[in-house]
Each structure stands twice: as C-alpha cells, then as structure tokens.
Design a protein around this ligand. Sequence first.
Ligand SMILES: Cc1cc2nc3c(=O)[nH]c(=O)nc-3n(C[C@H](O)[C@H](O)[C@H](O)COP(=O)(O)OP(=O)(O)OC[C@H]3O[C@@H](n4cnc5c(N)ncnc54)[C@H](O)[C@@H]3O)c2cc1C
Length: 439
Amino acid sequence: MSRKIIVAGGGHGGIAVASILSRNGYDVTVYEKNSRENMGYDWTDIFDPKALAKADIPMPDNSLFEYKENMTFYSPNEKTPIKQQVPEAELEIKMERKDIYNLLIDTAEKNGVEFVYNCNIERAIIEDNRVVGINTSMGQAYGDLIIDACGCESPVRISLPEEFGIEKHPAKNEKFYVYRAFYNKANEKPVEDKYKVCLLPEGELGIGWVATENEYTDLLIGRFEPFDMAEVERTAEYFRSRNESLGTKVVRGGQFVEIPVRQSLSLMVANGYAAIGDSAFMTVPIIGSGIANSLRVAPLLAKAIMDDRSETYTAEALWQYQYKFYKNLGAGLAPLAAVKLLLTKITPEQLDYIFEKGILTWKEMTITADTTSITDFVHPALDMPKRAVSIVKDKDLLKKMLKVGADIGKIMALCIALPKEYNKEKVKHWAEKYNKIFK
Ligand SMILES: Cc1cc2nc3c(=O)[nH]c(=O)nc-3n(C[C@H](O)[C@H](O)[C@H](O)COP(=O)(O)OP(=O)(O)OC[C@H]3O[C@@H](n4cnc5c(N)ncnc54)[C@H](O)[C@@H]3O)c2cc1C
C-alpha cells in the first residue's frame, strides 16, 4: 500500500492529517502557495492545547506559549462589561502563529510528509465524476485522494462541479472580513481590561478586539462586509479614544484576512475529495476559532482513509469521516451558527439591554475554542425566570430569540437524523434540509 494523497494547501488540519497518514505508510505531499518562511501570519493565536494531542502533535516547549487571560466583553454603550471566567482546566494557550506552523510542519516532516512550497493551486482536476488531481502554477499533480486544506475560499472546493452538491462560497453574514495589526504602545499606563472584545462597536455590525500586551497593543476589526484602510484608520481612532495605549504605528501584522463564521459544510466529501478545517467551515461560528477544531478532526479523516480497504476513497467510503465529524463536533457547532445569526439581527440597543439586564452573564461569555456545543454556551441558572421576564418585555427581541430557539431545535433534530450509511439521494436530501435552515 502506497496510495498517493495530495493535501491542497497547508492548513492546520491538512498538515495534521498528512502527518498521521504518512506515519502509517501513505505517500503524502502538501502543496502550499507560500514559502516555508512565510507560513502563518505575523501574529499570535489562541487555541485549546489539548487538541494537539488528539492529532498526535507534541506540546510545544513551555517558552513558546503562555496561558491566555480572561476576556471582557462590551456591548455598544460599554456601560455593563462582562468578564469571562475560564476554569483552569479549559485555559487556552497563546502562541505565535509561525511557531504553531513550525510545530506542525516539523512533526509532519519527521513522519515523512513532503512539502511543495511556492505552488499556487488553481483548481481541481475532475475525471469521471471524481477529483483526481489539482492544477497548480507548477503544473498538474495527480493523486488517489485530494484533501482540501486551502482555507475559507479554497480554489479546489470552488471549482468542484455543481452536481457534487458541495457549497462553493459562504453566504452573506457567514464570513468575517478582518483587519488585524499590532500597534506600538502609546504609553505604559495600566489598563483595566487587558483583553477587550467590543460587540457591535459604534453600532457597526461586527466586533473589535483590543488586547493590551507588554510590547504592543493588538487590534482586530471584524465586519460582515469588506472595508478599506480609510475605515481601519477611522475605527482605530475610535478605539484609541477608549484605550490610550493603542499607538498609531503598525509594528506587526497589518493585513486583511477572512474567517468563516457559519455552520460546517453540509457535504464535505466527494469521490476522491475531502475538505478539512476552514475549507469545510469548521470554526466555532460565534468566535471564528478554528485551529483546535482542525486538529481535532484530523484523526477522524485519517481513520476513514485507513479504514477504506478498497483504497478507492469514494464519497461512500469517506462518508464515515463526515458522519463522525458531525457526531463528534459538527452537531454541536451548528446550533452556535444559529446563535451567531441572532447577533447579526439584533440592534445595538437590544444588545445593550441584554448586557444590562443580565440576559447574558459571564457564564455564557466564557466562550473559548472549547465551546463546541450549544450546551457549553447555555448555562441553566436560578435567575432564568428573571432573565425570561426581561426578554418578554422586549417583544421584538423575544420574536428574534424564539425564531433562533426554533431553528436550534430543527438543527439538533436534523443532526441526529444524519444518515449513518452513504446513500447519494438520502445524503443530498439531508444536506438540502440542513442548508435551508440557515438561509
Ligand atoms: C485574524 C485572524 C485571527 C484568528 N485567530 C484565531 C485564534 O486566535 N484561534 C483560532 O483557533 N483560530 C483563529 N483564527 C482562525 C484560524 O486561522 C483558522 O480557523 C485555522 O487556521 C484553520 O484554518 P485552516 O488551517 O484550515 O485554513 P487556513 O489557515 O486558511 O490555511 C489555508 C492554507 O492554504 C494555503 N492556500 C490557500 N489558497 C491556496 C492556493 N490557491 N494554493 C496553495 N495554497 C493555498 C494558505 O496559504 C494556507 O497556508 C483566526 C483567523 C484570522 C484570520
């Protein structure tokens, strides 16, 4: 057995699954558009370190990470901040993105994975209703299976034929347009909240993240519509008026990027094709964290591939990957996508009201990359009746929340009904019903 596996794009989950497969005797090559030195962004990320062990990646050296501190959430009027309280066992780590990549690539290379850098993937090659390879700037590459780890707007997924039934692009309000930069520190005055998350700041549909670190102040602006540098400057000025440490000089990062914030793909496998990570929209929809989920899913995909004794990697064989993904993770993430849709529908005044009346508390706002299910998000408490009364008093808010509640019920029921065995018509029917709820 030496089936040839192509990993399209050096996404986190793609490298992790490549590593497991290569260690088990598969011939695996990762094709990546960046150079080795340019892998990963010039900033830090926060993720659940327990996910590394799931993908058989060793813990990084202690000098390479620190535990993340609690974040404080602000509604638009900033009157009633809510500070999360993450339990010690669930603490995430903060690590340089480039060090995360060093760890993943070093492990994969030790296991025998080949990397081809500076190689831009243009599209999938399809023959006889099957993905058989990729067209790249370096020519064509053929394989027995193509694992798509090219991220949110993957050129491989986008070029798949319509009849595969795999969605091509995230819809409106399903993708975050982000600008992120580390600015110089304007002064060393202590700040009350080191990690500040502003929801619908200035009433804009989006978020702002201002983290006051020792060496710099980290600013992230996220919106559901694209925006330009003039808007970045204007918004940075707004945050500067609230956080004096935010300087004017960009010292690191300074890039526009995109994050999927939606339910995972309703169909993520086809003959000769499987998507993982952002290319299958596997982030936690409310916060856009996707590193841990990509790693958690890697062993599920590797197992489905290794269990396929016929080595044909048909949609039917790969279905076990999608099935296990939904049972382990996807079914929990999907209702969170419905909660995110609520955030795009409420007014800034309603969000202020939700904060002021304690409808959301520190328990709900203790959202981490470990928040992979609606049950992690909702916390039964003695004051629930009081919170319910506050919701009922705002009829419009009540209507919106009831709609989301009904959708969550439908999503949960549908995820339970996901076909265990692959049947083309049944699976297509399931995917159509699932997609319809989020429309
Ligand atoms: C500003 C920002 C902050 C974030 N912060 C966090 C965080 O703190 N914690 C967290 O868990 N997640 C965070 N995320 C999300 C996280 O980056 C992703 O969810 C995670 O990386 C999983 O995505 P991925 O690795 O599958 O895809 P990506 O990270 O998009 O990687 C895709 C890879 O494919 C390559 N590629 C793309 N197109 C081509 C092509 N045409 N040819 C060849 N190669 C190609 C890319 O160069 C890249 O290496 C953040 C994202 C952004 C943008």
